[in-house]
Design a protein around this ligand. Structure first.
Ligand SMILES: [Fe+2]
Ligand SMILES: [Fe+2]
Length: 210
């Protein structure tokens, strides 16, 4: 029986546009171990933006950043891993009822905590994720991966990424975050379609047909 979040069949939780991409197998080889881990699968229950989970968002950022890494001749493995773990902070910043039962509700602790502005999720979660990934995946620790995760909130966090892998991740994360917002109440559909048609699809097409 499937648990509320864990399933060894991870492929059924990945968007079909990613599964069908010719570079899927290579990307999957780099990230399979993370996707199969119990702790990462809990991110299926962490709400991100609108009705997207941290699991879905992280996979999208990882895969798209991995494709961009190919274009810009960056380290594709490190980009895929850092992209997948860039939001691997140890709490959920939004409420989901299913998290109440999970590990005695520890993942909801931040939802109920009030912080001053500069201690709020947006400012702190990148550093928290950089520490948390080493706790669960110590053998993956790498200076490019750590810096890319820690600096992905640039320019909100004022120190920029040190490596091009990090710049790719911060850029893809922002494009995806805007794209994930609902329209038309938060962002007009025209802008959302524009980003998709003029930025994301041409980049993916260019790589697919090489
Ligand atoms: Fe983030
Ligand atoms: Fe993100």
């Amino acid at each position: 029986m499937k648990s509320k979040y864990y399933d060894t069949d991870v492929l059924s939780y990945i968007d079909h546009t990613i599964l069908l991409n010719p570079f899927f197998d290579e990307w999957f080889k780099y990230v399979e171990e993370i996707l199969l881990s119990d702790e990462f699968q809990k991110r299926k229950l962490f709400p991100h933006h609108h009705n997207i989970s941290v699991w879905d968002h992280s996979i999208l950022v990882s895969f798209r950043a991995f494709i961009m890494a190919k274009i810009f001749n960056a380290n594709v493995r490190n980009t895929a891993i850092a992209g997948l773990l860039h939001d691997f902070y140890p709490w959920s910043w939004q409420y989901n009822k299913d998290l109440e039962d999970l590990d005695e509700g520890i993942y909801l602790s931040e939802v109920y905590t009030k912080h001053p502005l500069f201690k709020m999720h947006g400012f702190t979660h990148a550093s928290a994720a950089a520490e948390n990934y080493v706790k669960y995946f110590p053998h993956l620790e790498d200076k490019i991966i750590t810096d890319s995760i820690k600096r992905h909130m640039f320019p909100l966090n004022i120190i920029p990424p040190r490596y091009k892998e990090g710049f790719i991740i911060t850029m893809v994360d922002k494009i995806d975050s805007v794209h994930e917002l609902p329209s038309p109440t938060v962002i007009p559909g025209k802008i959302k379609r524009g980003i998709n048609n003029k930025v994301i699809i041409p980049i993916l097409d260019k790589v697919n047909f090489k």
